[in-house]
Structure formats: C-alpha cells, structure tokens
Ligand binder design. Sequence first.
Ligand SMILES: [Zn+2]
Length: 109
Amino acid sequence: MTDIIVAILIISGWIYIAMRRGGAAAGCHGDSSYGSGPEHGEEESKENVPKLGKEVREMAKDPVCGMNVDEKKAAATYEYKGITYYFCSVGCRDKFVKAPEKFIKQETK
Ligand SMILES: [Zn+2]
C-alpha cells in the first residue's frame, strides 16, 4: 500500500518542478481532468512566477556591451543625434561617447 503514497509523492514532485521551470505548463490550466492526487490549496508557486513580458518591453539596450538596461535605472544616458542611449555603467557611456558611430553601426545590422 505504501507504493501508492510513494507514487503520489513522486508525481507531485514532478508537477512542482514542471511548474517552476515552464511556468505555464500545458494541460494544468483550467480543467481538472487530472482527478488523482489530493487537492491542497498550493497556488503560491504559481503566483510567484514573474511575468517578464511587460518588463522586457521597457528595457533599452546598452549599445556598447549589449546588455539590457532599464531606462529608469540606467547608470548613464547619452543623447546622440536626437536619440537617447542608455548604458549599464558610466564606463560604457564613455566608450560610446568616444566613438558613437562604431556602436550604432553594430546595432543596425
Ligand atoms: Zn554596458
């Protein structure tokens, strides 16, 4: 009889890992066709999954190192030909200021 308990533990472990990895795993949304397994109220792990979609949109790209930089938290900015560029650090901006064309060309392939 302990086999069943072990099986349930393994399955719930699998579901937990799958949720943490994939976020929206196919099949475990909405309908409860699953049936097997106890129903706890463990929705917490779902809630904690961050929705990256919105955040990424507001990110600017550091033309020097290629890093994504939050426009609001950028360490340095520089305006060149009417376009504001955002940098992860003052060092990156200094490199850009010395040779902006070099980095802009890399951006627009
Ligand atoms: Zn940088």
